[in-house]
Design a protein. Structure first.
Length: 310
């Protein structure tokens, strides 16, 4: 390795150590947390670059088929093609594509961090909940990065997604909003629940494999109850001196501070009230969620009781 290559390797190692991947699931409060961390700390923040979504695909999205038609080991496309040599991300050729992919990721994030105006050693917080099915790949490629997992009751996640998918709701801006009948709603609930379960399983494995000092997990419910201690604890974990006091940041981004016309049913900021699924979801939808989510929900309840874990 020449001098130029050694310099690049050292620079990329430094970028890797600055990276913080915020993962878990969509609709877990990660947007809220990202904004608060960006205001509280000297940190570079990236809001869903979607690299995880591009690298690890859900089979239903690629093949245009319902998620309910896939067994758990086939729900993620990469899983059932990894043994096929022709697949670009095949296991056989991982020694070739993994180092190249790692280098591309780090160069890309380094370029945006350099343009951010933040200090040269500021953490680079990458919010990537919709790409959380790539958590194991990311952890393997970038073991010196950090994982920040945000958990939320999966029933509230699906309920929030169902509200966002209605015609005229905030996601309808990009198309696809629709008024669903009873059977259509049930199918939608099953689709979202299966994806939540798969993402949760992947993130659990990635978290377990990551170095304890470079991982942290908290629940949306705990963050909602006590945002100030959560922000202060994360700042300590990242080793960053606050730019703005946590209490001031939490007050600025509190749900009560959002204008009435910008929150409520169909809005991105909906309610900030855990357990709404009990009121919003029909009995048959609740039963279906419990059937699909039973084991991951048990793990979530344990995490909620422990508040914030390492």
């Amino acid at each position: 390795m020449g001098l130029k290559e050694r310099r690049e390797a050292r620079a990329l190692d430094a970028v890797e150590r600055r990276l913080v991947w915020m993962i878990g699931s969509p609709r877990t409060g990660t947007t809220w947390l990202l904004r608060m961390l960006g205001a509280h700390l000297d940190a570079v923040t990236l809001d869903e670059p979607q690299i995880g979504t591009h690298l690890v695909l859900f089979s239903p999205d690629l093949l245009g088929l319902p998620a309910t038609g896939f067994t758990g080991d086939k729900l993620v496309y990469n899983d059932w093609r990894r043994d096929q040599d022709d697949y670009f991300f095949s296991d056989r050729y991982a020694p070739v594509w993994e180092p190249a992919l790692r280098r591309m990721l780090l160069l890309r994030f380094a370029a945006q961090a350099a343009d951010s105006g933040r200090s040269a050693d500021a953490p680079i917080i990458v919010k990537e909940p919709n790409g959380s099915q790539a958590a194991e790949l990311i952890g393997r490629l970038l073991p010196r990065s950090r994982l920040l997992v945000v958990w939320r009751d999966g029933r509230d996640v699906v309920d929030s997604q169902l509200d966002a998918s209605r015609r005229g709701a905030w996601m309808d801006v990009v198309g696809g909003g629709r008024d669903m009948t009873g059977p259509e709603r049930l199918d939608y609930v099953a689709e979202r629940a299966l994806r939540w379960r798969k993402r949760t399983q992947v993130v659990q494995r990635a978290y377990a494999a990551h170095a304890p000092e470079r991982r942290r997990a908290l629940t949306y419910e705990a963050l909602l109850t006590a945002p100030v201690p959560a922000l202060e604890s994360l700042g300590d974990w990242l080793g960053v001196t606050p730019r703005t006091p946590a209490a001031e940041v939490a007050a600025t981004y509190d749900f009560a501070a959002i204008r009435p016309q910008d929150k409520g049913r169909g809005k991105f900021a909906r309610a900030a009230r855990p357990g709404m699924w009990r009121e919003s979801l029909r009995p048959e939808e609740q039963e279906l969620l419990h059937q699909i989510m039973a084991r991951p929900l048990s793990s979530w309840a344990t995490r909620r009781a422990s508040r914030c874990s390492r």
